[in-house]
Ligand binder design. Sequence first.
Ligand SMILES: [Zn+2]
Length: 245
Amino acid sequence: MTDPRSQLLITFLVNDCVAIDAGALAFHLTGEALLAVQDIVLTHVHLDHIASLPFIFSEMFSSIRTPVRIHATVADIERLRCHIFNDVIWPDFTRLRNVHGELLTFVPFTWRDPFEVAGLRLTAIPVTHTVETAGLVVEDGQGRCVAFTSDTGVTDEFWEVLNALPRLDAVFVDVAFDNANEFVAKASYHLSPRLLVGELAKLRRPSQVLAVNLKPFCREQVKDEVRALALPNVQVAELDVDYTW
Ligand SMILES: [Zn+2]
């Protein structure tokens, strides 16, 4: 049995109002907490990152007063229109209206150009995955900065961008597979603890590193292997825990 809270699906909630990815969002939050999320930033359209997205609009249909903004690349917006909100897999909620008006609006972002979301400054950096995927740098008005690799294998530009930031408090890094499954990690463009070491060598500044996206079947093994690295700034992120910087 797999613990249902074992990170099958991916969502990071920032300041209770911005979701990075929507894999778990509407399965986890309900009512007012879900309505408070007015911005969803998608790193890519793999199912574990968008699974709950369609349900937001069916569950909250009559409650949405301001269209939920879905930030994604132009190509991913087209993929969502074509493959999800197509009146076959799911109703086309981009066309449907409630008494208040539109339910959602797509807001395209472009690579490397900072864009503002709910008072945060975000920058999308391409990482190395099986489909186009955005690593994200998130900066707030007080100079705090947290970065997310999203799903990535061995990559370079993302780490170069982090090295050039004025400040970096933490980075959430994909460590999906254990070392025994490194061949799977390489084939699917994810990282293992051993590959993580190579990636962190590219990060030439102190920062908290939080491993995420551990696949449920090897979660405990990845935890053990990350612990065995004995790097004081590196740990596996806890699920359902608030991190504050
Ligand atoms: Zn993916």
